[in-house]
Design a protein around this ligand. Sequence first.
Ligand SMILES: [Zn+2]
Ligand SMILES: [Zn+2]
Length: 257
Amino acid sequence: MIVDTHCHLFFDAFDPDREAVINRAKELGVKYMVNVGTDPEANQQALDLSKQYEGLFWTAGLHPHSSHLATEETFEEIRQFVKREKPSAIGEIGLDYFKSEASPEIQKKVFTRMLRIALEDKLPVIVHSRNAFKDTFDILKAEGGENLKGVMHCFSYDMPELEELVKSGFLASFTCNVTFKNAAALLEVAKHAPLDKIMLETDSPYLAPQIYRGKRNEPSCLVHLAQVLSEARNISRETLEATTTKTAISFFNLPVP
Ligand SMILES: [Zn+2]
Ligand SMILES: [Zn+2]
């Protein structure tokens, strides 16, 4: 089995056929899917889905793209919600300097506040970081230190950044964009990353693999990623799947099947 450690099945894109999408994934061995929240409304939707379907888990986050909308009440609302509903992680949270309506200053403030919520409840964090490695890493180190478990999702930086991350005890997760024709450099990074420090994700509905490029991505596509990555690393798919699944189960504290 494999775990899609990052998807957004509560998005409208799945309204017409959500159940079929979930069943298709399970039939191909994607037994667990982690639905990642992006704001208070999405967090609730992710929670609701996990109650509806077996094998679905959820996290509570505040995406950097929504950070300029956050007020003191938002943090308190999320804090209470997290204590009450007990998500598997806090995320996605982080910094996105590539395209965001929120200024870096606001993003950094929100990221820091959300990290504190995670630390308060000893939860791992899913970090979104784009064109912002240094600031992301500095805040993770300063706020989290040794006590924070974190993964940088949809990892899109180079080998030195990966090494720095791993050295500090964090994980990286790779998504189907490593299968893109123009992603040779990223595939190299995914190929050389320590096998026990990575997880797999689709980030559905975004980033469909090369063979479905431009279409909606879905968790069943994780098997393509596993195939491409195991070939690139010259290991069996079973080894790749067993190792990344073990990491995901331990990271999110999921039930051992
Ligand atoms: Zn993201
Ligand atoms: Zn995402």
